[in-house]
Design a protein around this ligand. Sequence first.
Ligand code: PLP
Length: 471
Amino acid sequence: IPDHDRPLPDAASRTCWESGAQSSADWRALDAAHNLHPFSDHKALATEGSRVITRAEGVWLWDSDGTRVLDGMAGLWCVNVGYGRPELVQTAARQMTELPYYNLFFKTATPPAIELSRKLVELTPPGLNHVFLVNSGSEANDTIIRMVRHFWALEGQPERRVIIARDNGYHGSTLAVASMSGMTAMHKQGGLPLPDFAHIREPHRFKVAPNTPPEAFAHEAAGWLEEAILSIGPGRVAAFIGEPIQGAGGLIVPPPGYWAEIQRICTKYDVLLIADEVICGFGRTGQWFGSDTYRIRPDMMTLAKGLSSGYMPVAAAMVGDRVAATLIDRGGEFLHGFTSSGHPTACAVALENISILEREGLVDRVREDIGPYLMSRLETLRDHPLVGEVRGQGLLAGVELIRDKAHHTFFSPVGRVGARCRDHCFRNNAVVRAVYDTMVMAPPLVIGRDEIDILVDTLSHALDQTHQDLP
Ligand code: PLP
């Protein structure tokens, strides 16, 4: 048993909570009474009860019963440097002591925000020389939408307003970015999408064209963008946005040549190319950014999650020279921003988090060692009767389940079997995510080989259990 498994006090031993909650049952009851969770069926959650997470270290979580759980998802794809980093705690404490808050509005600045912007310019692909700091991936993408439309208006083409994204792409949860996301279930709540968002199909070869060679499929799938631009009218299209690897939409790894073709089409029609790096950034794919892995040269890029490894809410919209020049020279006051944009504590923690990634060579480790190891272990599941495809890049991996391999038929209703497999994993004390019927993993970049073995063995056992459950 790894030495992470040392005893830790559980929540029940903490007495300072005002509610007087003492046990897991107390927490669950309070949670069900008051707490509306994101992306949760509240009624089902109240019946089943939440699992209350009280502590974490490395790649391990502890729940309020003291049970240790392997976090195969790095929280929500974000805790890249792992849990329990004293450097980040000390940095936050130091910054909060010196300057706990100030903002970037109305011609003020703070050293952490200035330094973080400089660092992000240094790390990201060439040409992205300006940064707008915000607090979440949703805000970063929202910021991009406003900037892009403002840019085209300043360029004398105000009718270029449409942003094309992809089915099942996820860009966040505000009204605008939920509209930009290609999640039809989200659109059904609240009368979305807002106007001027369009969606093309995602490049999911295994699902739609398993017999087409990858290069030919890449060409075909990128061609859907050109078709959309032509049908909307090139003069109306402002930008195309995509995640280098589509994460929350089912771990869709682009076929070779896809992004080069997308880039070519964007250039041809003068459509801005935006990379949503909220998941792929900060080493997840084995390079600093997914754009490095796929040689994308985006006009703009959004960052969040791994930027602070989730320790503080902080995010950024990277703005390329072309857009920045127009906004700065001719844009006047940009009427946009948040109270906590560039929060000094969040920025200081993000800088220290980036230092850890650099000092410990974690990005190289993902590319050269631990990413390939995860993939090689997952490959051993390929012969399981439920496993249709194993795919991934770096420490982003997906195992897609299928009903009948011989006839290439999928489960109906989609997602039920995946959710069951995920629940088995969780009961067996490993967190993996189910996106429809794809089991997704994105562990902290510090995960060890022994811990990957535990993760894959747990998934393998859960697959067996799920298979036994099938009628
Ligand atoms: N973009 C991508 C690719 C994401 O995966 C997410 C969140 O999962 C977001 C944007 C939204 O980020 P946030 O939840 O910080 O608003």
